[in-house]
Design a protein around this ligand. Structure first.
Ligand code: SF4
Length: 364
């Protein structure tokens, strides 16, 4: 198996057994007293796992208790009016979770004679049941040795086994699922999986893990190498910025068109574009901003083209217009008038070429 980056020993059977024993006995002794840990009813485990997605344990407890009181069985949830269900869920957020849960429960009632399926293949077909929820229900309710890998589990295992793969990449999850399947306690998969989750929640925390209290410290490679805080590797996915830009093809009385050269550094460096502005608010007129930035007074005409141009972490939502020059002050040094023939020879980025094509179609 290639997941193990350990230098000093391999993932042999003794090592696996030691981790299992340490983790399971620690969980059995130290586990927090949570309401869904008092049952092995697959329906209730399912409800708790759905509620716990993106939500803290303390927040979930009262919701879970009220919900199970109101809908104690699959049938009671399957028959609940949607409005009432959403009211029960109010404040938990991510309301699609509640709708999907009810849809999945209805499928169990209608297709599986009210018995939650006990194989990964079947349970995974239910609405809203992803690989994590499937594994959690199967292992906790039915004692099936199946992986249930979430962010907590990936953090713990990346440290324990020194896995450097980037957990921000979806395909990395498979490596951790394989790791769990290799390590899992076949005798007690419920305590093993919950032990990993619990360890991640209370000991092997994202920052400042409490290694001195950790039941698997003796087997933890990151601890030995002092790399706890470096793992897991998680690249930050940058949010795409959206810029709403207006571009104006300004023509002078003698038929020339104004271009601006972009900065020699950064995005589309040194390419030519038509004057381009971002309006701070809707109340600003393009004319005013153009006059301010380019020192020309113009009369805006028809819209030429509107489209999105997508860069790696940036989107231009472009609108372009034609315009006639009225008066000219002192042009910025980056701007210049060109004849139409000359413009055809200037290097321009794709979105600017699109605008130019639209202008030519209309004017030539
Ligand atoms: Fe996490 Fe520290 Fe335990 Fe390793 S020893 S699993 S880093 S808490």
């Amino acid at each position: 198996m290639t997941i193990i980056a350990r230098k000093d020993f391999t993932l042999d059977n003794l090592y696996k057994q030691q981790i299992r024993t340490a983790l399971v006995s620690w969980f059995e002794e130290e586990k927090r007293d949570l309401p869904w840990r008092k049952t092995t009813d697959p329906y209730k485990i399912w409800v708790s796992e759905v509620m716990l997605q993106q939500t803290k344990v303390d927040t979930v407890i009262p919701y879970y208790e009220r919900f199970i009181m109101k809908y104690p069985s699959l049938a009671s949830l399957a028959n609940a009016p949607e409005e009432e269900l959403l009211k029960q869920w109010e404040g938990l957020g991510y309301y699609s979770r509640a709708r999907n849960l009810q849809a999945g429960v209805k499928e169990v009632v209608e297709t599986y004679e009210s018995v939650v399926p006990s194989t990964r293949k079947e349970i995974s077909k239910l609405k809203g049941v992803g690989p994590y929820t499937a594994g959690a229900v199967l292992s906790i309710a039915y004692g099936v040795p199946e992986h249930a890998v979430d962010g907590n589990v990936m953090r713990v295992l990346s440290r324990l086994l020194l896995i450097h793969e980037d957990i921000a990449k979806p395909k990395t999850k498979k490596i951790f699922e394989e790791a769990v399947m290799e390590l899992i306690d076949e005798e007690n998969p419920s305590a093993f999986n919950q032990g990993l989750m619990e360890l991640g929640a209370v000991i092997c925390t994202p920052t400042k893990p409490k290694c001195l209290l950790c039941p698997v410290r003796e087997y933890c490679t990151a601890f030995f190498e002092g790399k706890q805080e470096e793992l897991p590797v998680k690249t930050i996915i940058k949010k795409t910025k959206i810029h709403k830009v207006k571009s104006v093809v300004i023509q002078s009385a003698d038929g020339k068109v104004l271009l601006e050269k972009r900065s020699s550094k950064g995005l589309l460096a040194s390419l030519w574009q038509f004057p381009m502005v971002e309006l701070p608010t809707k109340n600003y007129s393009i004319e005013k901003i153009i006059a301010n930035d380019y020192k020309v007074n113009v009369k805006i005409g028809e819209e030429l083209a509107a489209f999105k141009h997508i860069f790696s972490h940036l989107v231009w939502e472009m609108e372009s217009f034609e315009a006639q020059l009225e008066t000219e002050m002192e042009l910025p040094s980056t701007c210049k008038w060109f004849t139409i023939e000359e413009i055809n020879n200037q290097p321009m980025p794709v979105p600017v070429l699109k605008i130019w094509s639209a202008w030519k179609e209309r004017n030539l």
